[in-house]
Design a protein around this ligand. Structure first.
Ligand SMILES: O=C(O)CCC(=O)C(=O)O
Ligand SMILES: [Fe+2]
Length: 266
């Protein structure tokens, strides 16, 4: 499939970035990001493209790296000098699989979409970050997260300011993306508030659910927003493509981060 048949250009004419329609789309997305810390661009990919990507992912199931990793919401080591019920010592489990960037061939549709300069420019306009750069991690720049029934992604904060994702297949049940906006700030780690959310005795109304369907493009600001994906249920895998852009050149990941997500450093 060619690129132009895979992006919904009627809704998102990214090859005409100076037109009125893109301006309108950007304004709406910016308003969402300001108000909610995330935005969803519905039906960014065409259904045909989504089908091709789901088929490719499922046909590479045997090459998918599955792993279970435990840790706290801050993605740091615990602190034995603090009590067990401190947020830094609350250990939960993430289990999921991943197809890494080096497993995508040059003819892979998702890789072609990711490397389309107009997509990067479109994101620069929305995020008001110019220029954006491709993340230089050979494994993580582009990847697909595969969650089987029983898998979950524990509550956590991201290490990056924003994540661009495209859900490809929803779970039949469960697999819900939940978030609590501004659960920490740059100055305050809010350990007390975070442990209450993790232990389930926080203010339940602060927990929101992200509604995004297959083919939607999601931009999520996860550094200060606590988020998780609940256990996947039913028979279908939950599939999400993650496209990484950064606002500085030559950013890559550490061997440690590669090892815990991909099981290898190269
Ligand atoms: O799978 C998702 O929708 C979210 C992924 C996520 O939060 C992460 O990879 O940090
Ligand atoms: Fe995250």
């Amino acid at each position: 499939m060619d690129l132009k048949g895979s992006i919904n250009l009627d809704l998102y004419p990214i090859f005409d970035l100076h037109g009125a329609e893109i301006k309108r789309v950007c304004q709406k997305a910016q308003q969402d990001l300001d108000e909610r810390g995330l935005t969803v661009l519905p039906s960014f990919l065409t259904r045909k493209a989504v089908r091709e990507l789901v088929d490719w992912t499922e046909s590479n199931h045997d090459q998918t790296f599955f792993q279970e990793v435990s840790g706290n919401a801050y993605l740091t080591d615990g602190d034995p000098s603090l009590p067990d019920d401190h947020a830094l010592n609350r250990i939960e489990t993430t289990s999921l699989g991943v197809l890494a960037y080096d497993q995508f061939g040059d003819d892979n549709l998702l890789k072609k979409i990711y490397l389309t300069n107009e997509l990067k420019e479109f994101l620069e306009l929305i995020l008001r970050k110019e220029p954006l750069y491709y993340y230089q991690c050979p494994l993580g720049a582009l990847n697909i997260a595969v969650m089987r029934p029983g898998d979950q992604l524990r509550w956590h904060f991201d290490q990056s300011d924003f994540v661009v994702s495209i859900p490809l297949q929803e779970a039949e049940a469960g697999g819900q993306y939940r978030y609590v906006r501004n659960a920490r700030t740059a100055e305050d780690q809010n350990y007390g508030g975070v442990i209450r959310i993790l232990a389930g005795d926080g203010d339940a109304s602060a927990i929101q659910a992200l509604e995004a369907g297959a083919g939607d493009l999601v931009i999520f600001e996860g550094r200060y927003t606590l988020h998780c994906v609940t256990e996947v249920m039913g028979t279908r895998n939950r599939l999400v493509a993650l496209l990484s852009f950064v606002d500085k050149p030559n950013v890559t990941s550490t061997d440690y981060l590669r090892k815990i997500r991909y099981g290898r450093t190269r």
